[in-house]
Each structure stands twice: as C-alpha cells, then as structure tokens.
Design a binder for this molecule. Structure first.
Ligand code: FES
Ligand code: MG
Length: 563
C-alpha cells in the first residue's frame, strides 16, 4: 500500500475525513492508490529570484497528471538572499526543518522541489533527505544577462565591482544608480556562478535533477518542458521507490565536488553539501573538497572568477558538456533521479563555445577547487577559493588588523593604510552573528583603494557571497563565538597565509591568551525564538552549519494518527 493510502484507503470515519476535505474537484478515483506528489514551491514576492516558480509549478503539475499522479501544491518557507536580515543563512535550517515536517505530516508519496535563490535548493534537499521520500529538484534557472552601456552585468559580482569603483572615485554615484535598473533583466536567479547557479549545477551533479536541466535560464521555454518531464518522472520514481538515499551516495557527493571545481563554484556549496550529506549520514568531510576538487581543472569562464554569465554557459553546452571533459574524474556508479547513471548522459553532450567552456586540453587553470586550510588560527579548518583570489597573495605574511564585528569594521576600515595588512573579521560565524552572513568579502580601506589596491588578504569566520571574489579566507572554525582562536588574535600579530601548503597560522601562542573582551561583547546572545534555538544547537562550518539534532537519517512515517 502506498504511503498516501495510509490516509485515504478504506471506508472508516478517518479515511472519510481525509478524502472528503480533499474532494474539491478531485474525483473519488484520485484516492485509489495513485501517487500523490507534493510540489514544494519556494515562490514568493519576497524571494524575487523564485517568484516565477508558480508558473513552473503548473508545468510540473501537468506532468504529474499526465503520468497518472495527483499533484498537490505545497508552498514552503522561502528565503530571499538580498532582503532577509540578519542573513538568509540563519533561516536555511528553519526552512529545511519546516519543509521536512510538512512532507512527513502530509499524505504524499513523493515530492518535486522548486528552488532557485541561494538557500532554497539546499534547504529543500536537506528536508527531502530527512524524510527520504522519492524527490527531485527543478531549479528555477538563472536570469538573462542585463547590460549597462553595452557592458554585460553579472548580478552580485558587478554590484561589488561598481560600488568599489564609486569608493575609488572612478564611477559617479549617479551612474552607479543608473546601472541599478539594468542589473536584473528577467525572472530567475543571479546569472553569475554564484551560490544559486552553483547549487543548481551541483544538484544536477549529485543526480537530483533530470540531467541537462540545471542552468536552463528561467525565461527559457525549455525550463517549462523540463518541469513537465520532472512532474512525470516523479510519478515513476514513486513506483520505483527511488529515494534520496538511493541516489545520494558518498560517490555522488564526490562527483558533485568535481563539478563544483570544474565550474569554479561558490564556497557556499561546501557548507550546503556537508549539511545535505549530514542529513543522510553519508560520510563527507571538509578535506574531501580539497582532496577531490583541487586536482580538477577550472573549465568554465564565468563571473566572478571569469567573464561570462549563466546564459552563456547554457548556450555553450551546459553542465553536461563540462562534466564530459572531466568524465575520467567522475565515479561511474552514482545514478540520477532517472535511475540511469550520471555518466551515461555525457556522451551526447558537446561544447558549442570553447571560450565559455574550455576543453580539458586548455583549462583556465590546471587545478581549481576549494583549498582547505588548517593551522593555529583554524584548527577545524577554513576555506579559500584560489580561482577567485589574487595569485601573489596566496602566499602572504602581514600584520593583523582585527575587527570585532561588522559594525566595528564599517567604523574603522578606512583607517587602515598598510596594504600588507591582513584584515581579520570575527564574530560573524554561525553563533556569533548569528547565521554566518556573507560578509567575508568585506570592502577594502578607501585610502588604499584610492592608491589602486584592489585586493588584500581577508580572514573571517563568515561566508562570502558566491558572486564575490578576492583573497578571502572564510569559514574559519571554530568561530570566535565558539571559543576558536580567532577570538584571541590581536592587531599587530603576524599572520601567515600559505595556500600552497594549506596553512593559516599566527606567529603567537594563542592558547595562552584569553578571548578578547571586546570580541565577546559583540557576539549575539538571542534570548528567544528561532535565533535562541539556532545559537544553542548550530554546528560549525566544518560540519555544514546544520543544527546538531537534525543530522543523521530521518524517516517518513508520522508518529501518531490525528483523529
Ligand atoms: Fe537570489 Fe542571487 S539573490 S540568487
Ligand atoms: Mg548569496
């Protein structure tokens, strides 16, 4: 008997209640055992990148009907990256937990997950893994490229670039304001290889989308066709009992890490993949990203590391064309939601524009990926994306200038006049802020910008926007607010960054020092609600920033009946 039949089958009072309230146009045979598929939809006017998903949901529903299932629209918590304070990341686990509970509590047999903006796909995947019902993702797709005075604009990336130009005095504030109306050309998520694009591609590499779907631009008719196909597929996935735990093995995650490196994806994928793996109890560690990813060539020339944008990647052949180039680095075993191995889709893929997707024989960089650093400043690790950094700064030694909070940084950053300084920001980790905001790519001191300095070594327990760039060490763990050595560094300490040797050190005995009182005073101390629960239970960056009680395998069965 199917899962939904545990509600609907039979002629007793409870089955009557379950059916009767659902019969608002649904015929009696809608409850005869055919799959009931939820469409978990993160469309929201306050998540503008996902606002079009209601139209996508309609195509998914048509596909579910066409395959003999019953579609059920399920609006779920949605997280808008640009608007939410203190940071959308604070609510990723809340969205995941709420969605998990809705999937478990309701009579559904499978789910189609509609996400796009940065945190939405990770939250949906975490939820789906925890109930382990047949599930697949339809990523909402990137927006088309807008132009300002003939120059294509990369969402996010060019906001950072243009605002630095204003601070450096090379762009007027008036022109900066003018560019605003050109930044967002269409529906869809950021068109750079930021977190949203990265997570869509990584989700496909994990096997959790129909292969070839990720990166299809939001306004493209192909997206609706693929949404329809995804709806149909969800029905057969129920028949085949193909669940996240069937698709997502350790090898799937390692394939995703290869993809992450080859596309030059966002550092945020590290915390999201660790969290998703954690939900299934699949063993995955921070070092896996370095071990597996660092030998992978960078093939995709997209902002923020390069120049093109997501619709260019789509027209150049998309993720499958990228993966075909690194097929020898992929494990052949992992299957996708279709039941077929990921690698079986690669033969048909082809690169149509080698300036966007470089062939393996001419990579943009021989080794990409994310480097994992350790040392007395980051005993549990820190990450840096060398492809987005200044090569000369990857080995650097300089005096620390320490900021205890983002407010402290904003107040004092322009007093720094030593371009060799290492800028250290703390109190911005999961507990300290709370929510680990994207402030790790903080702006450079204005006096140095005016001198032409465009990058400096920055270190923090924060994340950075996937659309950002620079020699930025992130995710330092443990964070200052969890008692990490970052809370003990002082201005003037010599910091040694040695990316080739994966070291992040301070030339001082930090263990002998107390945590700075100014730093502690700046840590968040929420008294109630979600923030309180979060701060009490959140894990550090090396564990995916999930809540400690949400890791490990879940199950799909509700605990008790309701009537
Ligand atoms: Fe939504 Fe960038 S703000 S994807
Ligand atoms: Mg972001």
């Amino acid at each position: 008997m199917s899962r939904s039949q545990a509600w609907y089958a039979g002629d007793d009072r409870n089955a009557y209640i379950h059916r009767a309230w659902m019969r608002r146009g649904l015929p009696r045979d809608a409850f005869d055992g055919r799959p009931h598929i939820a469409i978990a939809n993160t469309a929201s006017d306050l998540t503008p990148c996902n606002a079009h998903l209601t139209e996508v949901a309609k195509s998914v529903a048509d596909g579910i009907w066409a395959a003999g299932g019953v579609p059920l629209h399920l609006p779920v918590v949605s997280l808008g990256e640009t608007l939410m304070r203190p940071t959308a990341m604070l609510f990723r686990n809340l969205a995941a937990m709420a969605t998990e509970e809705m999937l478990r509590a309701n009579p559904i047999d499978g789910v189609v997950l509609l996400g796009g903006c940065d945190k939405t796909i990770p939250a949906l995947l975490m939820a789906a893994c925890s109930v382990d019902l047949p599930a697949l993702v339809v990523p909402g797709g990137p927006m088309l490229t807008g132009h300002f005075r003939g120059v294509p604009l990369g969402c996010g990336t060019d906001v950072w670039r243009l605002s630095e130009e204003v601070r450096a005095g090379t762009l007027s504030r008036e022109d900066f304001m003018r560019s605003e109306s050109s930044m967002i050309r269409s529906r869809g998520h950021c068109n750079t290889m930021g977190t949203a694009s990265t997570m869509a591609c990584v989700t496909e590499a994990l096997g959790m989308t129909i292969p070839g779907l990720a990166g299809t631009p939001a306004p493209d008719s192909g997206l609706l066709e693929m949404a329809h196909q995804s709806g149909r597929l969800s029905v057969s996935m129920v028949a085949d009992d193909r669940k996240p735990s069937t698709v997502l093995t350790r090898e799937s995650f390692l394939n995703a890490i290869v993809a992450l490196a080859a596309i030059g994806g966002s550092t945020n994928a590290v915390v999201h993949l660790l969290a998703i793996a954690g939900r299934l109890g699949v063993p995955l560690e921070l070092e896996d990203f370095d071990k597996v990813g660092s030998g992978v060539p960078l093939l995709v020339d997209l902002q923020p590391a390069g120049k093109h944008l997501m619709d260019d990647l789509h027209r150049a052949g998309g993720l499958l064309a990228v993966l075909r180039e690194v097929a020898d680095l992929l494990s052949p075993e992992p299957i996708t939601v279709t039941g077929e191995p990921l690698v079986s889709y690669l033969d048909a893929a082809k690169i149509w524009d080698e300036s966007v997707i470089h062939p393996r024989s001419a990579p943009l960089q021989d080794s990409a990926g994310i480097a994992v650093l350790r040392g007395n400043l980051a005993p549990s690790g820190a990450v840096i994306k060398p492809a987005a950094a200044t090569p000369e700064l990857l080995t650097h030694r300089g005096p620390a200038v320490v900021f205890d909070s983002i407010e402290d940084l904003n107040a004092r950053i322009d007093t720094v006049d030593d371009e060799n300084a290492v800028l250290v920001l703390r109190g911005c980790g999961p507990k300290g802020y709370p929510g680990m905001p994207e402030v790790g790519n903080f702006p450079l001191p204005a006096p140095l910008l005016a001198k032409g300095v465009r990058d400096m070594v920055r270190i923090s327990d924060a994340r950075m926007s996937g659309t950002a760039y620079g020699t930025v060490v992130l995710h330092v763990a443990p964070e200052a607010a969890a008692g990490g050595p970052l809370g003990r560094v002082r201005t003037g300490d010599i910091v040694v960054l040695d990316v080739p040797n994966r070291r992040l050190e301070v030339a001082a005995d930090l263990s002998a020092r107390p945590v700075s009182e100014e730093a502690s005073a700046a840590f968040a101390a929420p008294e109630r609600g979600w923030q309180r629960l979060y701060v009490d239970h959140v894990l550090q960056a090396d564990r995916g920033v999930d809540l400690d009680f949400l890791t490990g395998g879940g199950q799909a069965t509700p605990t008790r009946e309701s009537h």
